[in-house]
Design a binder for this molecule. Structure first.
Ligand code: HEC
Ligand code: HEC
Ligand code: HEC
Length: 150
């Protein structure tokens, strides 16, 4: 049942974050974690559990490599995160409190300065990313065309 799965997911996430949450203070067991939108594609750039715990290290490490050594590994690029995790409503990872990165960070009281310089939205805005809830996309009416219909 969906509710049980949600609960398990919430617990797993709470476990992963418990240490930091306590350090940040003010977080209590039983508070509902934000609902995270699922990223695009089948999976993240690393295992989901790993990402929950270590994405900050990945990003910081990656930034150091890029900035200081001129190495680029597209796999862990911040651009990649944004492309897959931009929210359906805002098209951004951090425009609203429901967006992927900010949802979790708001909960954990993490503030990022990254978005001062880095875009929170994917560079291109493919039309198909417009949320389907936005419009009654009518299927084409083929009444006049279906001459051969019996
Ligand atoms: C003062 C501006 C500034 C801030 C703040 C900043 N960056 Fe960057 N960052 C840059 C510039 C400039 C580059 C190199 C140009 C590029 O690759 O887009 C870069 C490159 C990167 C890259 C490698 C390129 C990519 O797209 O993956 C990563 C990863 C990255 N930054 C992560 C971060 C993270 C995480 C934060 C917040 C903790 C952050 N940056 C904050 C300016 C900034
Ligand atoms: C190719 C698309 C893609 C890219 C690129 C990507 N992700 Fe993901 N990410 C996903 C998907 C899909 C999931 C959900 C996987 C699952 O449910 O097991 C996910 C899950 C996560 C989670 C766990 C979310 C949760 O529900 O607890 C975190 C954290 C995360 N990603 C951060 C990042 C960061 C940071 C980057 C950039 C370094 C990144 N992702 C790049 C697709 C992507
Ligand atoms: C599953 C919850 C969750 C999601 C989703 C998430 N984060 Fe985080 N993030 C955290 C937590 C918790 C911390 C604080 C870790 C700590 O204090 O050591 C953090 C810290 C960070 C830091 C380090 C901040 C610093 O100043 O040290 C960066 C950078 C970061 N996250 C980037 C991202 C980006 C980019 C995304 C979206 C693609 C994202 N995070 C999505 C939970 C999350």
């Amino acid at each position: 049942m969906a509710s049980i799965l949600d609960r398990l997911r919430t617990l797993a996430l709470a476990g992963a974050m418990a240490g930091m949450a306590m350090a940040a203070g003010g977080l209590q067991a039983g508070v509902d974690l934000p609902k995270l939108e699922r990223g695009k594609g089948d999976k993240c750039v690393e295992e989901t559990q790993f990402m929950r715990r270590n994405h900050m290290e990945l990003l910081k490490h990656h930034r150091d490599e890029t900035m200081h050594k001129g190495i680029r590994t597209p796999k862990h690029s911040l651009k990649g995160c944004v492309e897959c995790h931009a929210g359906a409503k805002t098209g951004s990872v951090a425009a609203s409190k429901e967006d992927f990165c900010s949802a979790c960070h708001a909960y954990a009281s993490v503030k990022l300065d990254c978005w001062d310089c880095h875009a929170t939205k994917p560079g291109k805005r493919p039309i198909h990313s417009i949320p389907s809830t936005a419009g009654a996309a009518m299927p084409p009416m083929d009444s006049g065309m279906a001459g051969g219909h019996r």
